[in-house]
Write a protein that binds this ligand. Structure first.
Ligand SMILES: O=C(O)[C@H](CS(=O)(=O)O)OP(=O)(O)O
Ligand SMILES: [Mg+2]
Length: 243
């Protein structure tokens, strides 16, 4: 039976084997929630970079939009920040039909470090069921890679790992890793009132302003985009449902 394991921070990735596994990259607040929202709302593909200058260069090379954030605010000189609202109908910039190059504090770094896995997909509460369905089809061990915060543990990504483990528990071993067990226990605590539970998180204290609060509530919606699964193909993220 395949298993679900959880890596609490990209700094711990050298301790895990990626080859042979499906890596689910998660940065609930906010990078992976924004990437899912972008592809669900007509962005054609996403380049994800660790560094800001690489993001700018890709924007020039491909004639695409650029999105970048550092420490919770939009980086200077980029078209978008790290808010999922940037990709929703009615936002200031039309993103439908465009490609976007993205760089964020934690999420895109976690992705770039996980490319040795057999498959690399993007997870968020917004597309939880799409991730679970993909994992079932693959029948391979799953490693949830939490983006965390600057190498440290963070609550929201770990709680997502527990939610995914719960959805896979009938067909995957979710009990042989203490990390997964801990995440499952946190999810059980959180799920009756996910928003109230995660209001305790450090991210909320860091980004305590209006835009961030709207983003917070949006990023916790369960299965808002059940048909959107961003998957890494060659050098970019595309929506598997479009292939
Ligand atoms: O933009 C975000 O919400 C965070 C900012 S911070 O690093 O938590 O201050 O970036 P992300 O890469 O999405 O974690
Ligand atoms: Mg984050």
């Amino acid at each position: 039976m395949p298993s679900v394991d959880i890596c609490f921070s990209p700094e711990l990735l050298p301790l895990y084997q990626l080859e042979g596994r499906v890596a689910v990259i998660v940065d609930i607040l906010r990078a992976t929630s924004s990437i899912v929202t972008a592809l669900a709302n007509g962005v054609t593909h996403v380049f994800a970079t660790a560094e800001l200058d690489e993001c700018t260069a890709l924007g020039r090379q491909h004639g695409c939009l650029t999105a970048a954030e550092r420490n919770g605010v939009q980086a200077e000189g980029f078209d978008l920040g790290n808010s999922p609202f940037g990709y929703l109908p009615g936002s200031a910039l039309e993103t439908r039909g465009r490609a976007v190059a993205i760089s964020t504090t934690n999420g895109t770094q976690a992705l770039r470090r996980s490319l040795g896995a057999d498959a690399v997909v993007i997870g968020a509460f917004l597309n939880l069921q799409a991730v679970a369905d993909f994992a079932r089809r693959q029948q391979k061990d799953v490693l949830v890679v939490c983006a965390g915060w600057k190498g440290q543990f963070c609550l929201e990504d770990t709680v997502f790992g527990g939610a995914l483990a719960e959805r896979l528990a009938d067909a995957f071993d979710v009990r042989s890793s203490d990390a997964t067990l801990a995440a499952l226990h946190l999810w059980q605590q959180a799920k009756p009132d996910l928003e109230g539970y995660l209001l305790q998180s450090a991210h909320v204290r860091r980004l305590n302003h209006l835009e961030a609060h709207q983003d917070f509530a949006f990023c916790l919606r369960l299965d808002e985009y059940p048909a959107t699964l961003p998957i890494w193909r060659e050098d970019r993220l595309v929506n598997l449902a479009d292939r």
